[in-house]
Design a protein around this ligand. Sequence first.
Ligand code: ARG
Length: 467
Amino acid sequence: MTTKKLWGGRFTGTTDEFVESFTASVHFDSRLGEVDARCSQAHAKTLLDAEILTRTEYDSIIDGLAKIITDIQSGDFPWDSSLEDVHMNIEAKLIESIGEPGRKLHTARSRNDQVASAFKLFLMESCDDLCAALVKLQESLLDKAAAHTHTIMPGFTHLQNAQPITFGHHLMAWFEMFDRDLTRLSDWRHRTNVSPMGSAALAGTSYPIDRSVFQTTMNFESVTRNSLDTVSDRDYVIEFVAVLSTIMMHLSRCAEEVILWISPAFGFITLPDELCTGSSIMPQKKNPDVAELIRGKSGRVMGHLNGLLMLMKGQPLAYNRDNQEDKEAAFDAFDTTFQCVSAMTLLVSGMSPNPMRMLELASQGHPTATDMADWLVRREIAFRSAHEICGKAVALADQRQIELHELSLSELKDLCEVFDETVFACLTLEGSVAARNHVGGTAPEAVAAAIKSGRTRLENQSYSDPT
Ligand code: ARG
């Protein structure tokens, strides 16, 4: 049974039932209900100031909307798909409950500037929640890194043992990725924080309204500069999901490392039972499914980004109904990313490294060959020549199936007579790590400084709503 449409004046026939359900969006955009009702209260203020509403009409609209907000919050609001979308549902309910003044609310606005305003505000609030979750992840990384500034592990390039690093340094690399993501969210928020209301359907409004009333009431930083662009712009959705995709790409890389590290072939970390799952057939299995799902879910968020770009690329100005398709993609991208950030926080705080195993693997494959070359360079040998001499030392050690530091001094002297006893000190893993003591380096001292600066940045920066 279809309800009388608020836009039904020029229609004599009723909407086809299939068309009604095909065009309806209230089953997903009701999620904007609360913010949309708050926007309507702010719009009523615009109308009051422009003397389009009397004080009595205004008060009645504000009260009616307040009751609607309470019903939405308690889950009692009777969403009706024959009323199409969240905006029509709220307006129809307001008219039903307060009568004639409710019929004046849609003066000087359109659903086109209305949906852009509500969606921007909703996404900015979501952004603040995500920033708070990311800050928790960052804190868990700082805590874990602080406990492991001296824990040596192999550092890889090409997934081949490259040079020794500290576990704290590795975790701080993750910290830096998410630090950039926090700044991306904050940049996005600033660019998005511009008020659409007053653009109306596409051309602006003929009523003498002051756009800054809505803007300041809803805490937007400024108002948009072109009405056509305002109602057709979905850059803020695409860009938000692009940042979410970048966060998911980072989470997926971290998850991939957790999966590798927990596999017995690496054996670098263990995870508590609470964070793992078993196999229905193999009784011995303890699997890192949480990390695997983070990696898997990244594809889903990146898919939404592609979907949104495709959604927008062929649309002529200004608003088209295609835009309604942006909501589910953005909601799901946000929900997924938010969940995955929380899941990664659990993994980081739950993981226990196995320093003996890390050390064992870190010692294999001549990881201090670069240190040997650097030692020669300090004795006036050109780096390229030093590289070649040490390459020969590596080949000799491989041939004898020993590590570099196990070669004798006379074997080294045969390769280059500059070698003396002091070279052996720089061939230890601890010596190699400690030598890289500069901003960004892996030495325990440098990592401790990075943790301190990371903590200060987290404490001093406000990544979310400045108001
Ligand atoms: N529900 C729509 C959306 O999400 C807004 C409706 C605008 N509809 C229209 N026919 N102008 O985009």
